[in-house]
Ligand binder design. Structure first.
Ligand code: ASP
Ligand code: MG
Length: 327
């Protein structure tokens, strides 16, 4: 579909939402949401309410723009993720999660990836005193539980969508960012070692493995200031992404947090940002913050994978696709 066709299609969402196909997706999404919450509570997490606006938000959003607005004379942001706040909550609770909308004005080219929205919901979680390996264990168990539950409770809807969904088998394979780049270069992709992997290559990676796949140890140059640098391997971050099988691309992004004031302040500066904007956050770190690890998972992408949909706008009731004006 070209831009005009997609725009008029999405303008008429009030028609689509009555169709059995979209209704099946929305019912499955309901099951996904309760499975996520039930599972996390059963392993000791508590749910907290995330803010939607604040003086500063997640800067690690890979080429997307943030939305700013005037808040009683001060510039405020709409959350691109609540990452800074879950670190704050990690000072009080060992395991927290929040499920909240995020706004990231993605470049229009991302319409072609099938997996970018400018408004999406993210389940963010954070674990005090945990390593990135602990966080990956939580992530793979959570995803597996959700798939198991959907297969049991939504068998009819999955069948109506002709979706033959495999139950994942944790622990998932882990490949370093460096090895993934080498592998992709052998497949003919032109890549640079210090950079994020482009979307087309991510899709190829996700297609070439039979199951979920962790990519770990991203280079410092590819990520935001909050992913922790390995003390013994300068330039390498203790972080990860999880990829869906079958070419569905990235599922989870997370890592250990940089929590020491000096390091964070330095990284904010070297990433070209204004430390002044992160005032409350830096002050919190200065006074001592609990080390933690965590991740975020996009609910619409999880729904898209589970339902086997080509486009992410098929996996959300009221989609906002980059560049498209729709209800
Ligand atoms: N919320 C973060 C993000 O959106 C994920 C994380 O590192 O926890 O990238
Ligand atoms: Mg991030």
């Amino acid at each position: 579909m070209d831009k005009e066709e997609l725009q008029s299609h999405l303008q008429a969402r009030y028609k689509d939402i009555k169709k059995p196909e979209l209704k099946a997706v929305i019912r499955i999404q309901d099951e996904i949401l309760s499975a996520l919450r039930d599972h996390l509570r059963s392993v000791g997490f508590i749910e907290i309410l995330a803010p939607i606006i604040g003086p500063v938000t997640d800067p690690g959003i890979r080429g997307a723009s943030q939305v700013s607005f005037d808040y009683y004379g001060t510039q405020f942001k709409i959350m691109s993720s609540m990452i800074l706040y879950k670190q704050m909550a990690g000072n009080s609770f060992d395991k927290v999660f929040a499920l909240s909308p995020n706004i990231r004005l993605e470049p229009e080219v991302t319409r072609e990836t099938g997996r970018h929205l400018s408004e999406f919901r993210q389940l963010d979680l954070e674990i005090a005193n945990a390593s990135y390996f602990d966080a990956m264990t939580i992530g793979e168990q959570m995803v597996t539980k959700v798939v198991e539950r959907v297969k049991i409770n939504c068998a009819d809807d999955l069948e109506a969508l002709h979706r033959d969904l495999k139950i994942p088998k944790p622990p998932f394979k882990k490949v370093t960012h460096n090895d993934a780049i080498e592998l992709l270069m052998k497949k003919g992709f032109q890549l640079n070692k210090g950079e994020e992997i482009p979307w087309s290559a991510e899709t190829a990676l996700s297609k070439s493995f039979g199951d979920f796949l962790w990519l770990i140890d991203y280079p410092k140059t590819a990520r935001g200031f909050y992913d922790r640098e390995d003390e013994d391997r300068p330039g390498i971050l203790r972080d990860f992404d999880l990829f869906y099988p079958e070419g569905y691309g990235k599922a989870i992004s997370g890592g250990e947090r940089e929590y020491e004031y000096e390091k964070v302040a330095g990284r904010i500066l070297s990433s070209g940002e204004l430390p002044e904007a992160y005032k409350w956050y830096l002050q919190m770190l200065k006074e001592g913050t609990t080390p933690s690890a965590g991740f975020g998972i996009g609910v619409e992408r999880l729904t898209r994978y589970i339902c086997g949909k080509e486009y992410i706008w098929e996996a959300v009731p009221f989609p906002k696709v980059p560049g498209i004006v729709s209800p």
